[in-house]
Design a protein around this ligand. Structure first.
Ligand code: SF4
Length: 391
C-alpha cells in the first residue's frame, strides 16, 4: 500500500489493514472478494459522484487492481439464499410447522432474536446469510473449480455494516475446518483501500465479475433494500408453486420505507401472508404475537436498519439528515433500476445457480446444502442457553 495513504486506511480498519496487506502481498494466497448488493450503489459517493451512482463495473475493476485474484459477488449468494429459503418456506407452509418463518440474513436481527426471543429461534430460517453462503461455496465448490486448496484461499467480504464482522467470526461459520469469510471490511474501508493504492476510481473501465460465483440475477441485487428479500422470494416462490410465470416482476406493494409493511400474495390456491420489518423497534409487537400464537403471517423479513442495507453503518458517512434521506432514496432507486435492466431477474433462472445445483448441491435443502448453507442459532439470553435449530 502507498505509504502516503496507508495511515488513512489503517485508521478506518482498526488493525485489519495489515492482515489484508499480508494476504494481498503473499503470492501463495488465492485472494477472493465478494461485495454486498449495496456497495455498488454507494461506493462511488466516496469518490465525489452523486448519491446512488451505480458502479458495479468500476467496483470489479478496482478490486482487481487492488490485487484480488477473483471478484465474486454476495448477490450470487442472495440467489442461492432464495433457492434454499424459498424451498424451506414452502415446506413449512405445507406442513404448518414453525410458522411464521423469519429471514435470517441480517446479523443484527439474528443476534437480537438470540438475546430477546431465544424461545422463538426455531422460527428463523436455518439459512446462513448470502455472505456466509458465498464464503462456504468459495472454499468448496469454487476451490474445486479453481484447483486450489481451501487452506490457500483468503476470503474477503465488503459489507455495509460492522455487524457482518461479528457474523463472520461466529464459531459456527466454518466449513470443513476453514473460516468461510476470513475478513470483512466496510464500504468506507474499501474506498480507503482504493485511495491507498493510488487507484483513480473515476477513470476505471467497467469490468465483469468472475464466473461462476460472481454471476447474479436482479432478484439477488434487490436484497440491499428493505423488502428486497421478500420480493425476490415471491418471484421464485410464485413460479415454484404455480408452475406459471409471474405476470409482473415489479412488486410495488412490497416496496416502501415504512417500519412495518404487510401484504397478502396469492400463490395459486395459497394465500401467503407476509410482513416486512425495517428497524428492530418494529419487531417487538410481532415477536409478542408469535409468542402468543396469534401471528397472522407466514413469512416475515426483518432488517435492523431503517431502510435495509442501503442505510447500514459502514456506508459513506452523511452528517446531515437531508443528505441521508436523499442518499437512501437514491441508493434504493439505483438498486431497483439495476434490477430492471438485468436480463435475468429471478434467482432460479440464474444459469450459474442452475449449474451449481446440477454439478454440486443436488437440490435445495439436500444433504450438501445442509452441510454448507444452513446453520443453528445460539440463545444469548442470560436466562437460558444452548443451541436452537430450525426444523
Ligand atoms: Fe447490516 Fe443493517 Fe443490512 Fe442488517 S440491515 S445486514 S445491520 S446493514
Amino acid at each position: 500500500l502507498s505509504s502516503v495513504h496507508e495511515p488513512l486506511f489503517a485508521a478506518y480498519s482498526t488493525g485489519h489493514a495489515s492482515e489484508l496487506r499480508e494476504a494481498l502481498d503473499d503470492p501463495k494466497r488465492f485472494n477472493i472478494v465478494q461485495c454486498a448488493p449495496v456497495i455498488r450503489v454507494s461506493l462511488a459517493e466516496e469518490f465525489g459522484m452523486p448519491f446512488g451512482t451505480l458502479t458495479p463495473g468500476k467496483m470489479a475493476s478496482a478490486l482487481r487492481r487492488v490485487g484480488f485474484d477473483r471478484i465474486y459477488d454476495t448477490n450470487f449468494g442472495a440467489d442461492v439464499t432464495i433457492m434454499e429459503e424459498g424451498t424451506e418456506l414452502i415446506s413449512r407452509v405445507m406442513s404448518g410447522e414453525a410458522l411464521p418463518m423469519f429471514t435470517s440474513c441480517c446479523p443484527a436481527w439474528v443476534k437480537h432474536a438470540e438475546t430477546a426471543a431465544p424461545h422463538l429461534l426455531h422460527h428463523l430460517s436455518s439459512c446462513k446469510s448470502p455472505m456466509q453462503m458465498v464464503g462456504a461455496l468459495a472454499k468448496t465448490y469454487g476451490a474445486k473449480a479453481e484447483g486450489v486448496s481451501p487452506g490457500d484461499i483468503f476470503s474477503v467480504a465488503v459489507m455495509p455494516c460492522t455487524c457482518k464482522k461479528f457474523e463472520s467470526s461466529r464459531e459456527e461459520m466454518t466449513v470443513d475446518g476453514y473460516r468461510e469469510v476470513d475478513l470483512v471490511i466496510t464500504t468506507r474501508e474499501l474506498a480507503q483501500l482504493i485511495k491507498a493504492k493510488g487507484i483513480d476510481f473515476n477513470s476505471l473501465p467497467d469490468e465483469p465479475f468472475d464466473s461462476p460465483l460472481g454471476l447474479y440475477s436482479g432478484a439477488g441485487t434487490i436484497f440491499g433494500a428493505t423488502g428486497g428479500v421478500m420480493e425476490a422470494a415471491i418471484r421464485t416462490g410464485y413460479e415454484l408453486v404455480t408452475h406459471e410465470a409471474l405476470p409482473d416482476l415489479q412488486l410495488e406493494f412490497i416496496r416502501g420505507a415504512e417500519g412495518i409493511r404487510t401484504a397478502t400474495v396469492q400463490l395459486g390456491d395459497l394465500e401467503l401472508r407476509v410482513a416486512i420489518v425495517a428497524g428492530l423497534k418494529y419487531v417487538h409487537g410481532i415477536l409478542e404475537q408469535v409468542s402468543k400464537g396469534e401471528c397472522p403471517y407466514h413469512f416475515i423479513e426483518v432488517m435492523a436498519c431503517p431502510e435495509g442495507c442501503v442505510s447500514g453503518g459502514g456506508q459513506p458517512k452523511l452528517l446531515l439528515e437531508r443528505d441521508r434521506t436523499a442518499a437512501y432514496a437514491a441508493r434504493k432507486a439505483s438498486i431497483y433500476n439495476h434490477d430492471s435492466t438485468l436480463k435475468i431477474r429471478k434467482s432460479h433462472e440464474n444459469p450459474a445457480i442452475i449449474q451449481l445445483y446440477k454439478d454440486y448441491l443436488g437440490e435445495p435443502l439436500g444433504e450438501v446444502s445442509h452441510h454448507l448453507l444452513h446453520t443453528k442459532f445460539n440463545s444469548r439470553s442470560p436466562k437460558s442457553s444452548g443451541m436452537m435449530s430450525s426444523p
